[in-house]
Design a protein around this ligand. Structure first.
Ligand SMILES: C[S@@+](CC[C@H](N)C(=O)[O-])C[C@H]1O[C@@H](n2cnc3c(N)ncnc32)[C@H](O)[C@@H]1O
Length: 247
């Protein structure tokens, strides 16, 4: 059970927990230049502003996506579940050829936006986007060949429960991919981000232990370098991609 109500207005393109926080975060990172209420814009989810903002965010996440998709290596017969899909642009761009797509996100606005951005996939019955929490997946055991979480894991509170849930819904032989631009191995002082966004950062060793505890095997931690917001010269020096297999 969760004590927090499901958020209605998604919290901006950066997905912090509420509109006020997202405005403050945006002002901080863009040097007071942005006064707009992003939370409400994204509230037009599926509308013009929602899509523009989502595309802006997808551009910022380009390197995260590239490294995640390399690890996922999606095949036509994959049955794919994404945790915290946000705009759904990653799915639209890289996953539309797989045989089945499912997603869960706790933001109602993101569910609307991702459903709109992937309208054809939803209408054809190939994709479903559900509102809910990562720690309580509304799918049966052994349904998916791949589960991915891109720029999400550091927001989660119930990480052990979430990993057990992911393990449960994966088919034997299925893989989990977790991508995180920020982590404890990257040599950056993240105090500001941790405080502002309530992030929980992990080292590769900590991720290995967590995945092992949930039952995963063949755990591999890879790192990559990325530019997050090129206009600000904001570099992610050592993004992390975690892979684990359900044997
Ligand atoms: C930074 S965004 C990343 C979105 C997307 N994966 C991408 O990279 O474009 C994080 C997403 O995770 C969702 N999220 C955060 N905590 C969650 C939870 N406990 N369960 C489900 N979704 C969650 C947020 O609503 C948001 O859409």
């Amino acid at each position: 059970m969760h004590n927090n109500p499901l958020p209605k207005y998604h919290s901006s393109v950066f997905f912090v927990s509420d509109v006020e926080k997202s405005k403050k975060f945006y002002k901080d990172i863009l040097g007071q230049k942005i006064e707009m209420d992003f939370g409400r814009c994204i509230g037009f989810s599926g509308g013009f502003f929602g899509k523009i903002l989502a595309k802006g965010m997808a551009r910022g996440h380009k390197d995260f996506y590239k490294n995640a998709v390399k690890a996922i290596n999606p095949k036509n017969d994959d049955e794919y579940l994404e945790i915290g899909f946000g705009s759904g642009i990653f799915i639209n761009r890289y996953m539309s050829h797989v045989s089945r797509i499912a997603g869960i996100d706790h933001s109602e606005d993101m569910v609307k936006l991702a459903s709109d951005i992937n309208r054809k996939l939803v209408e054809s019955g190939k994709a479903e986007f559900r509102q809910g929490y990562a720690s309580s997946l509304p799918w049966a055991d052994n349904e998916f060949t791949v589960v991915a979480a891109i720029e999400v894991f550091f927001f989660l509170n119930e990480t052990e429960k979430t990993l057990r849930e992911i393990f449960r819904v994966l088919k034997p032989g299925g893989k989990l991919i977790i991508e995180m631009g920020f982590n404890k191995d990257d040599g950056v002082d993240h105090k500001r981000h941790i405080k502002k966004m309530n992030l929980k950062l992990y080292s590769g060793e900590e991720m290995k232990k967590l995945l092992k505890k949930a039952g995963f095997n063949d755990i591999v931690i890879d790192y990559y370098k990325a530019f997050w917001i090129p206009i600000k010269g904001y570099v992610v020096p050592k993004g992390m991609v975690v892979k684990g297999i359900k044997k």
